[in-house]
Design a protein around this ligand. Structure first.
Ligand SMILES: Nc1ncnc2c1ncn2[C@@H]1O[C@H](COP(=O)(O)OP(=O)(O)O)[C@@H](O)[C@H]1O
Ligand SMILES: [Mg+2]
Length: 223
């Protein structure tokens, strides 16, 4: 079976693309053959576990490929894995072509959104990007791209978090049911170069539960 390609993307910087890509990939890797392709020229996913002690770190390979021809690379790797998770750069005009290229063969695009006014405003262009990708896919007789928003850094005590699901109705992309809560454990896991399932830092159990739920929702969509 060809690998399912899951692309974490948002033109906005900092909503958790790398964090969610790495942790979801580590969860899928518990039962499947998984690779992460880091398409961000900053290479933060590649560097994620570079300081981890030997034999520890992430349970799947993370390969850097910050190139506009990433769609060709993804197609070459498609028979080697069950899932390929792609981390993409935030956009400036020059590098958004990398994200577009990754979305051409993708099975699912996941867009993390954080509860802040900028978080929503800067995520708005994503639906136009998906429409553009779908025109390209249609002319190549490919199926439309599945895409979903996911709320990250959710804090139920804060009004911006409470208002976010309603505010996201302005973006014509479906919202996943799982909300990823704001937990220190994500930063600690990144410092230790492991996933939130392995860290024992504050809030790891909530983080681990949220990531399991998110991974399950993603698996149901891509099959
Ligand atoms: N759910 C969360 N709770 C707490 N911190 C988070 C959460 N998600 C991401 N972060 C932190 O937010 C920062 C930006 O996340 P990152 O994944 O690098 O964003 P992006 O790749 O979209 O630029 C990192 O320091 C990361 O540890
Ligand atoms: Mg990143």
């Amino acid at each position: 079976m060809a690998a399912k390609i899951i692309v974490f993307c948002n033109v906005k910087g900092g909503p958790g693309k790398t964090t969610l890509a790495v942790n979801v990939a580590a969860t899928l890797a518990q039962k499947h053959k998984v690779a992460v392709i880091d398409a961000d020229p900053q290479q933060s996913a590649v560097k994620y576990d570079s300081d981890a002690p030997d034999g520890q770190g992430l349970p799947m390979p993370v390969v850097g490929y910050p190139e506009e021809k990433i769609n060709h690379t993804l197609r070459k790797l498609i028979n080697d894995y069950d899932y390929i998770v792609v981390d993409t750069p935030p956009s400036s005009l020059a590098i958004s072509n990398i994200t577009k290229s990754a979305l051409i063969p993708a099975d699912l695009a996941i867009v993390p959104v954080v509860p802040s006014p900028l978080g929503i405003r800067e995520t708005l262009p994503m639906s136009a990007l998906f429409a553009e990708i779908n025109e390209l896919r249609e002319s190549a007789d490919a199926a439309p791209l599945e895409s979903r928003l996911v709320i990250n850094r959710y804090d139920p005590r804060k009004s911006l978090s409470q208002q976010l699901p309603a505010a996201l109705k302005n973006i014509p992309v479906k919202l996943l049911r799982t909300k990823i809560r704001d937990r220190e454990a994500y930063n600690h896991a990144a410092l230790d170069g492991c996933s939130v399932h392995e860290t024992r830092a504050s809030g790891w159990d909530d983080a681990s539960e949220d990531i399991q739920k998110l991974t399950e929702e993603i698996r149901k969509i891509v099959g």
